[in-house]
Design a protein around this ligand. Structure first.
Ligand code: ATP
Ligand code: MG
Length: 295
């Protein structure tokens, strides 16, 4: 039976925030798909081709843009999803931006400042590898980071996270009202699978470069991160900028869900190649004649 894509995606798109519990989402889930590794690869290839086709129309039409946000714990597979899902897309139409700890210049501004300049232009797909959501994740889990932001003390109260959620919702609404379609993916890896992947990174010399000792310290704060993620998703999943909580213990499945969600969003934009005006068609006909008669 062919895959009912809308049904599958609805399983991972968070639409009832008040009922959302991260614990209800299984990181090892594969929607019971009967896929072998090869099936998954073939299907991914087809979906990526379709994304590439839409991306060309997005670029030609030059009106909409797509912002794809990835958030996850370390080793959840952000890089590999990016690699496999975005690989078929014309690099000119896709901009990837990785958000690290803010620089001193960035800290001289409000926390959304660095985001604005990194947003995709019309006609482009912008990918955020981490994002402004770190402001309610790592900054929440490590209050000392908040201290370094030099926000006037009297503006930092107990409602700070709710205020940041308000600001994010307003920002995303503004973006969507201006033609940016926003998709947000939380790659939901289990603590056990992260351990396996960290051990691989330590044990396999060609993966050593991926291991960062600091990642272990964040792992120790797993529960705090999960609470922060849950609260973040509850407060910022909206119709125009939904969160997808994507099972991330099986990489083939993560890639498939992300690719389908992107393809589905693009297909819903009603993209079309721009129509050439009658006058231009006349000019093209003349150009054709000149070319055909060239000696
Ligand atoms: P990988 O480890 O796979 O290369 P990564 O996204 O983990 O990718 P790193 O350079 O390891 O990249 O980490 C970036 C770090 O920057 C993360 O620990 C993240 O929490 C931190 N960071 C991102 N945005 C902010 C922010 N606004 N404030 C503080 N820290 C941030
Ligand atoms: Mg890292």
């Amino acid at each position: 039976m062919p895959l009912d894509r809308a049904k599958m995606l609805s399983q991972y798109r968070i639409t009832a925030p008040e009922k959302f519990r991260l614990k209800d989402m299984s990181p090892g889930d594969t929607y019971d798909l009967p896929h072998t590794k090869d099936d998954a690869k073939d299907e991914l290839e087809d979906v990526v081709k379709s994304i590439a086709k839409y991306q060309e129309m997005l670029y030609a039409q030059d009106q909409w843009s797509l912002l794809v946000i990835f958030q996850a714990m370390d080793a959840a597979g952000k890089d590999s999803v990016l690699d496999k899902v975005m690989s078929g897309i014309n690099p000119q139409g896709c901009q990837v931006h990785s958000f690290k700890a803010p620089t001193s210049t960035e800290l001289d501004h409000d926390w959304l400042w660095r985001t604005t300049v990194a947003l995709p232009e019309r006609g482009r797909i912008g990918v955020f590898n981490r994002s402004y959501y770190e402001e309610v994740l790592v900054v929440r889990v490590h209050p000392e980071i908040l201290g370094k932001q030099r926000v006037p003390k009297k503006l930092v109260g107990k409602d700070i996270w709710q205020e940041r959620f308000d600001d994010i919702r307003a920002f995303e609404k503004h973006m969507s009202r201006n033609g940016t379609k926003i998709l947000k993916f939380f790659l939901n890896v289990s603590k056990e699978e992260q351990k396996k992947r960290f051990l691989d990174r330590i044990d396999q010399p060609d993966k050593n470069w991926k291991f960062n000792v600091g990642d272990l310290a964040e792992r120790m704060l797993w529960e705090k991160y999960m609470d922060a993620y849950e609260d973040m998703i509850r407060n910022t999943t909206t119709e125009h900028a939904p969160w997808y909580v994507v099972p991330a213990d099986k990489k083939w499945f993560t890639r498939l869900v992300v690719a389908h969600a992107i393809d589905d969003a693009l297909s819903g934009l009603g993209l079309a190649y721009p129509k050439v005006e009658a006058a231009s068609i006349e000019e093209m006909k003349k150009a054709r004649e000149v070319l055909a008669n060239e000696k």
